[in-house]
Write a protein that binds this ligand. Sequence first.
Ligand SMILES: C[S@@+](CC[C@H](N)C(=O)[O-])C[C@H]1O[C@@H](n2cnc3c(N)ncnc32)[C@H](O)[C@@H]1O
Length: 420
Amino acid sequence: MHEWHMTDSTDRQLAAQYEAYPYPARDPREESRRLVVGSPSHLREIDHWIFGARRPASQPLNALMAGGGSGDGTVMLAQQMAWLGRPGRVTWLDRSGHARKVATARAAARGLENIAFEEGSILDLPRSGLGPFDYIDCCGVLHHLPDPAAGLASLVSVLAPGGGIGLMVYAPHGRTGVYMLQDALRLLAPAEEPPPDRVEVAKRLWKQVPETPWLRRNPWITDHLKGGDAGLYDLLLNPRDVAFTVPELAALVAGAGLRIACLVEPLRYDPDTWLADPRLHARTARLDPVARAALAEAICGNMGIHIAYCVRAEDSPAAPPWEDDAAIPVLRELDGPTLARGLRPDGVLPVTWDGLRCTVALPRLAAAFLSRVDGKRSWGEIVAEVVAAGASPEQAARDRQALVRAMEPLNRLLLAAPAG
Ligand SMILES: C[S@@+](CC[C@H](N)C(=O)[O-])C[C@H]1O[C@@H](n2cnc3c(N)ncnc32)[C@H](O)[C@@H]1O
């Protein structure tokens, strides 16, 4: 193992963890039957939330996956770029050689040729000669670093002008119960012990704990049950993990000269989604965006992570051009005709996030629109077809807007990058 990237003994333990247990546990043979997709760094989300659906698809995208681990984000983005014939490259960067082997094998299994692999530390990026990058992913990494602010500053140092960063950090409320068991395991299996010994102790402890620890009552945290030894270690034995509330994340981001362009999913972070009382709405209306999101976090209590798309504070990219008839809407990981066929007769879309349900009211013409959203037709073409099928142009215009208002905050209806 190299020496240049360790900053303290806890960081050495962290490096040893990911060498012993690349995260997440992945078998390259599974690439033939499924692509792991998620946020941040879904290509549709980058196009929409970072670049406002204004950066041409023909412009090469130079992306960095900082702390790329076993390759989920790297493989997803590189595969999506390959499928759409998008030029550019995804650079995987991590200091775990074992994780590199897994990520490399996954890329090879898919025949992806648009990935570069770099073994090294995020903290050495400013001196690395790598970059600049149009997009940087840092998913589940900053909260393990000795100094998350220094880590983020390091990423910003290689961010191209006009570029953006997709972050995922832990959030405290949804992780209720995790830190108590981490405390217990620090006593039973100190971080200095070899990782496999600690895993064995953690498994024994989990079988023995009484009924009451909060983790037993937290059904939304399952890494220790479903994530194999890598998941168990990452959740309960990680030598360093710090959770960020929304205001703490906003402060971290602001400290790096960035601002949050989008918290995923936006509707989840809108307190009015969860509060029906107009008297309370009058109060939420007085809050700034960070306070509104902080309120949503506090009242929901189930957020275990935050996913944030960030841009430079001084950049004010225009909002996605929803009014542009030439713009092409896309449904992120949804099939338009299937979605349209499955809509309830009352036009209400049920949504569940970590056990928390809400309903989103869709306009009357929702099915007519959604059945035509295929990533190829433009808004203008879709509206023309809906009108030709019998809708009035006024109703079509109103319902198009209403559909966008309902589904963009779900992170489901987005705009594609323009062709070129
Ligand atoms: C929890 S894993 C996340 C992996 C991947 N981003 C994902 O979400 O699937 C954290 C990763 O960060 C890497 N890491 C931690 N500190 C690092 C540093 N200073 N430089 C580079 N990678 C680091 C670890 O080796 C590990 O692979």
